[in-house]
Design a protein around this ligand. Sequence first.
Ligand code: SF4
Ligand code: SF4
Length: 412
Amino acid sequence: MLYRTVPKTGDRLSILGFGCMRLPSKNRSIDEERAIRQIRHAIDSGVNYFDTAPAYHFGKSEQILGKALLDGYREKVRIATKLPHWSVRERADMERILAKQLATLKTDHIDYYLLHSLGKESWEKMERLRVLEFLGQAKKAGKIRNAGFSFHGTLDAFRQIVDAYDWQFCQIQYNFLDEHNQAGTAGLRYAAGKNLAVMIMEPLRGGNLAGPVPEEIRKIWDEAPVKRSPAEWGLSWVWNHPEVTVVLSGMNNEAHIDENIRVAGSALPQSLTPDDIARIDQVKETYRRLMKVGCTGCGYCMPCPAGVDIPGCFALYNAHHLFPKDRAPRFQYIGHHGGLIGDVSYAGLCRQCGKCEKACPQHLPIPRLMKDVKADMEGMMGVVVPVLKGGLWCMNQAARVRSLFSGESPHG
Ligand code: SF4
Ligand code: SF4
């Protein structure tokens, strides 16, 4: 594992940080045992930065990280967690939330404390509520060690926040498709120029740049003389920037964790060759052409009052366009969002209320996009869902009848 230094404090952090927003799941909740095993394995392999938040997994992420860090693991790592501005109405809320987080994480201090997901308006609100005074006092009391913020606004707002306080660090979204989105490369350089450590979130755009990539992209990667997986290309591009301190990866699969740890063992700044950079540029252009919606799957737009699974619909809509020959995304859409598996949550339920759009850090025009998703993905749904539901009903009835004759429980 390689480490980089926090400029203002000299703290040494693993260049790979464990993002606890996508922990492994089982039966629709976190697979706690597996998540704890993964976290401890990462620590044993040199990862020392763990990023969580009350918003992740509806509060369960902090709980599980707290448990995973028992048995002597707490002393080996830095915990990063966040103050959700949307839960703060007055100054006293900040104290209350931090006290709860310390209890949940079973610790007496947070190493890296962030104001969560700031943009211009949320920053102005928090400033009005005297958040800087709160941070100063929490530091003095030893409850937090370093103060920072995570960010999803415009570059101007980013510069304004960087300049407003003696932050130790900040956290921005950055990957080879987001060089000019939100803070972007200009923001990265600005923060690093002011001696802030810069933590990176969404280095693979919520996994969109890894995994089974489209045929056109795969060909470009395959032609490279150096063989790397798409995830390795994406992460290496981010680590190639000397201004980057930690790259967070929302890990939940053992093979991916091991791959990321391996790559983090050699990802020195400015180690990509001009040929590597040219290849990544080619991939960038191809992605821009193929991708329909720039959704990162962060979930800030949820819950939708009409029941639409917004990131879920976008993920399958993108997959449908990225892999035009593959019918699976359309079937999965019908199965998952049409109500065959779980609740109905398809784009056609959208009532155009606009609530989601205000919360989206990518500033996506979600209500308009919901109309596009509906038009593209739901053409046959009115026919297919009742037919499949009828089929499932028949299969259930058949199982029930069989059980009457065999004496077995249909659920056994
Ligand atoms: S605009 Fe549509 S998708 Fe967005 S919150 Fe409202 S109903 Fe849900
Ligand atoms: S639509 Fe926006 S807020 Fe919702 S998951 Fe996608 S990027 Fe996040």
